[in-house]
Design a protein around this ligand. Structure first.
Ligand SMILES: Cc1cc2nc3c(=O)[nH]c(=O)nc-3n(C[C@H](O)[C@H](O)[C@H](O)COP(=O)(O)O)c2cc1C
Length: 204
């Protein structure tokens, strides 16, 4: 099949786009408003995009009933955020933090998660998550939007601090089987890391 996405005429029961680019890591992002209210939300248009220095990105799409999304607004106002890895054990709590609640609601408390102070940035880390990246704001790139009332934008951050729980290390390597990160597929589907294989890049 072939269709032009602007026509939306895919003829399928649901838009297949997100299932075509999957799995996508979940950036479970903590931010803090200038007033000090903690915010936690999942963003699956998320990835690591550079290694030296370490850079990450996420895309904020559309708006919620309360207006622009808090995560990007907080980052642009304060310049800081924290990535928490979303794991199989935390899947329900991660999902709860995506609820469209007003900016004055602390989703970390709402989901029954424990804040733990970061080393460098103000937003706290999710204690229950085994890996955290402390990030400082680098740049926003505006994207086209088909809704004049909704902003689409990519936010880039530089990683300035990395926390890894000793519990998820095996012989000095991060052992994903110990915490089973989850990732987003299309529709309402997710996946979990359970199978790992190795391949060595060929030499020229
Ligand atoms: C697994 C998952 C992934 C999501 N990914 C995105 C995303 O990449 N971009 C986005 O704008 N919203 C995404 N959302 C929706 C936001 O989490 C939701 O709009 C949330 O209320 C935003 O919270 P905030 O206003 O506190 O930032 C996702 C939701 C879930 C459950």
């Amino acid at each position: 099949m072939f269709y032009r996405p602007e026509t939306k005429r895919h003829g399928l029961p649901h838009d297949p786009f997100k299932a075509c680019v999957a799995p996508r890591p979940i950036g479970w992002l903590t931010t803090m408003s200038p007033e000090g209210i903690v915010n936690l939300a999942p963003y699956s248009f998320f990835n690591a995009v550079a290694d030296d220095p370490h850079m990450v990105m996420f895309a904020s799409n559309g708006r919620e009933s309360y207006g622009p999304k808090d995560t990007l607004r907080n980052i642009e106002a304060t310049g800081e955020f924290v990535y928490n890895v979303a794991t199989w054990d935390l899947r329900e709590k991660m999902n709860r933090t995506s609820a469209p609640v007003a900016p004055d609601v602390d989703e970390m408390a709402l989901a029954g998660l424990t804040p733990v102070p970061s080393e460098i940035v103000k937003p706290p880390r999710v204690a229950e998550s085994p890996i955290h990246l402390e990030c400082v704001y680098h740049q926003t790139i505006e994207l086209p939007s088909n809704d004049p009332d909704a902003r689409n934008a990519i936010c880039l951050g530089r990683v300035v601090g990395i926390h890894i729980s000793e519990d998820v290390l095996t012989d000095g390597l991060v052992d994903l089987k110990k915490f089973k990160p989850i990732a987003r597929l299309g529709y309402h589907e997710f996946t979990v890391v359970e199978t790992i294989f190795k391949m060595i890049r060929p030499r020229a």
